[in-house]
Design a protein. Structure first.
Length: 115
């Protein structure tokens, strides 16, 4: 990939964000893409607390804190595919796993795109 992609965590929520040169300037270019993975067993702040901040953060394309899981990545020369995977029950060792959302980042084109 010729454009930066950042992976983070430790806030126990899923996020898919555009990173801008200047977040105070709506016309500022997107310079990178950020994906944040939740945790499989630790819970986040209540969804409503974080969801209230979304209107002030238009660079956030996806947010979910009510589900537990992880991020899976496939990468080749043309694109990166990011799947946000969730477990049906964080307390059940036999829980099912499914894909909540899938995103793509094309080589040379920073920014979140739902796949």
């Amino acid at each position: 990939m010729s454009n930066p992609v950042v992976f983070g965590g430790d806030i126990h929520s899923f996020f898919a964000n555009d990173l801008k040169l200047d977040f105070d300037d709506p016309a500022s270019p997107v310079v990178a893409t950020e994906f944040v993975g939740t945790s499989i067993s630790s819970y986040a702040l209540p969804y409503d607390v974080l969801a209230r901040t979304l209107p002030d953060n238009p660079h956030v394309h996806f947010f979910e804190s009510r589900k537990r899981g992880y991020v899976s990545v496939d990468l080749d020369r043309k694109a990166m595919q990011v799947r946000m995977r969730v477990v049906s029950d964080a307390h059940d060792p036999n829980a099912d796993i499914s894909t909540l959302k899938t995103f793509a980042v094309e080589n040379g084109k920073p920014g979140v795109v739902e796949a």
